[in-house]
Design a protein around this ligand. Structure first.
Ligand SMILES: NC(=O)c1ccc[n+]([C@@H]2O[C@H](COP(=O)([O-])OP(=O)(O)OC[C@H]3O[C@@H](n4cnc5c(N)ncnc54)[C@H](O)[C@@H]3O)[C@@H](O)[C@H]2O)c1
Length: 263
């Protein structure tokens, strides 16, 4: 198969949001290394550097800046992906923001932002990617949830609520699109070493007057292996859920949390 840029590849086409860094960037790199054609989206221009790195290594990765909370931006991005590769096989709704604040200090604007990105972004991408998947009667959606959707965490009430919503949306949507051969699943990572988590730990250490390393050690101990995940370890789970190896898996959540919720 040849795409509009003249590149030949038979790998699946994956549209990945939040691709400028962290889990999203690792997912783009892993998918491209395994022959997927990747379309990377992020509100940050750095997504272009991720794509350039993949392309210079011989992989296929197109990109576009996109704010997942803007419907016109999402529509234009999905259309750009379809123009470039003809269709989307895999949608990875990974873009997210965290909010670490006691409830009384949380403003309505704080609340709206986290809900809009974490739930609204996944909703908009699904809304505009799934119609073409339905026409082709195939596709896989992987939504990024969190352990915060499963366990209570101090100062994470709004963030946890958004991830609980992602879990519920995943279950309902899986039933809605199953007649079209489309699977919808989510992943709930534990602590993953990304700019988001380091920022989160920084905020907690400033608020509690403890050192960064002390808070980090406490957060590492929530995992049975007493460490954070590398983003690639989560990308591997995305790859499995997106692949035909997961053909009988839909409407569920994979806890990639190293035993956190099992404790
Ligand atoms: N890092 C963790 O420990 C952890 C744990 C559980 C779940 N998660 C989830 O995994 C996902 C990725 O997190 P990460 O740790 O890689 O975070 P990160 O902050 O390192 O990366 C998130 C990316 O999303 C992008 N983004 C944010 N808002 C956006 C918007 N409106 N439009 C487009 N892009 C936007 C950011 O620019 C950034 O590049 C998030 O959904 C997060 O909630 C992370």
């Amino acid at each position: 198969m040849t795409d509009s840029q003249g590149k030949t590849s038979a790998g699946p086409v994956a549209l990945v949001t939040g691709a400028a860094r962290g889990i999203g960037a690792a997912t783009c790199r892993l998918f491209a290394a395994r022959g997927a054609r990747v379309f990377a989206l992020d509100r940050l221009d750095e997504v272009g550097e991720v794509a350039a790195g993949i392309e210079s290594g011989g992989g296929t990765c197109a990109w576009r800046t996109c704010d997942v909370t803007s419907e016109p931006d999402v529509v234009a991005s999905v259309s750009a992906a379809n123009d470039r590769f003809g269709h989307v096989d895999v949608l990875v709704n990974n873009a997210g923001v965290v909010l670490v604040k006691p409830l009384e200090e949380t403003s309505w604007d704080d609340y709206r932002k986290v809900v809009d990105v974490n739930v609204g972004g996944a909703f908009l991408l699904c809304k505009h990617v799934i119609p073409r998947m339905k026409e082709r009667r195939r596709g896989a959606v992987v939504n990024m949830a969190s352990v915060s959707g499963h366990v209570g965490q101090t100062d994470h009430a709004v963030y946890g609520a958004t991830k609980g919503a992602v879990l519920a949306m995943t279950r309902a949507l899986a039933w809605e699109v199953a007649p079209f051969g489309i699977r919808v699943n989510s992943i709930s990572p534990g602590s993953v070493d990304t700019p988001m988590l380091r920022g989160d730990v920084g905020i907690e250490s400033a608020r509690t007057g403890r050192s960064f390393d002390e808070v980090k050690a406490e957060r590492e101990a929530e995992q049975a292996f007493d460490r954070w995940a590398d983003p690639t370890e989560i990308a591997e789970v995305v790859w499995f859920l997106a692949s035909d190896a997961a053909s009988f898996v839909t409407g569920t959540d994979v806890l990639a949390d190293c035993g956190w919720v099992a404790k």
